[in-house]
Design a protein. Structure first.
Length: 284
């Protein structure tokens, strides 16, 4: 539209004057979709962690990110990542240690007074129980795997939900072995199934507070946690061969998916198990 036409527009046969400011020629630059949001990410072990992909995506899209590390041994691998994101909160967290999760959430409350996003990317099973069949899994090993990998997510939700005063989004990390039998996934299959069910029930309970809950189910990724699975390289090779897109996903695929689900564009989605696997899960 020319400048002249901007000044005079015909309405029902009559010409009226129009201010050119009402018709800006250039659209304003969109702000980052997560700008101003506060995100807590649990479970970064190193730069290959799924949780790191989530933290990077949140930061890239405007959020401020709090990060935890397992212990002093893990700290040197995670601290440079926290510095890269200029994380104002960087604390130790071993969910099997009483009081540590409470301390992290308390620190978030004191520093920010609110929270918009919480990511739980934690899983553990004793090696002897993980690499043996389910029939051989000890009661102690099963209980430990369930507590760290599933119930700690419920605890995170209970502690962090009061900080989500304006609503928010919570994420847990699952795997296809929760739905189908995956060779050598063993005890983690039932544990992740419980985690996915927990996400659905928490989505129901927290929905009235405008808090949404999702399980993300990535395809196999070369992470520290996955290295404990027997013959994991076979899973990777099979995923590439069976995926309709013909390649593995990476941690940023998972991170950007979480960022989308935490954004206003997904404000009426909740309780889903979202596959980020290149389509492997659709194959017979």
């Amino acid at each position: 539209m020319s400048a002249a036409l901007l000044h005079w527009i015909s309405v029902q046969g009559q010409q009226i004057s129009v201010n050119q400011k009402d018709f800006p020629m250039k659209p304003s630059k969109p702000r980052p979709v997560l700008q101003g949001q506060k995100a807590l990410v649990l479970g970064i072990a190193n730069e290959h962690s799924i949780a790191w992909g989530c933290a990077k995506a949140f930061h890239e899209l405007g959020a401020t990110v709090a990060i935890t590390y397992l212990n002093e041994k893990a700290k040197p691998f995670v601290e440079p990542l926290a510095m890269e994101l200029e994380s104002p909160i960087f604390l130790p967290l071993d969910v099997s240690m009483p009081g540590q999760l409470e301390a992290v959430i308390d620190a978030v409350g004191k520093e920010w007074g609110e929270l918009d996003i919480a990511v739980h990317s934690l899983a553990f099973a004793p090696m002897q129980d993980l690499q043996g069949g389910l029939l051989d899994c000890s009661a102690t090993g099963f209980s430990k795997a369930m507590d760290v990998s599933c119930h700690s997510f419920v605890r995170m939700a209970r502690l962090s939900s009061p900080l989500m005063r304006n609503g928010g989004t919570m994420f847990a990390m699952s795997y296809h072995g929760a739905q189908k039998v995956v060779l050598n996934y063993n005890v983690m299959g039932p544990v992740k199934a419980a985690l996915e069910a927990s996400c659905r029930y928490l989505a129901y309970e927290l929905g009235p507070q405008k808090i949404r809950v999702h399980a993300l189910s990535p395809g196999p990724l070369k992470t520290r946690a996955a290295s404990g699975l027997k013959d994991f390289d076979l899973l990777l090779n099979e995923a590439v061969e069976r995926a309709p897109v013909g390649e593995l996903v990476d941690i940023m695929d998972v991170g950007y998916t979480c960022a989308y689900l935490a954004s206003p564009f997904a404000s009426r989605l909740t309780g889903q198990t979202v596959y980020v696997d290149g389509g492997v899960s659709i194959m017979a």
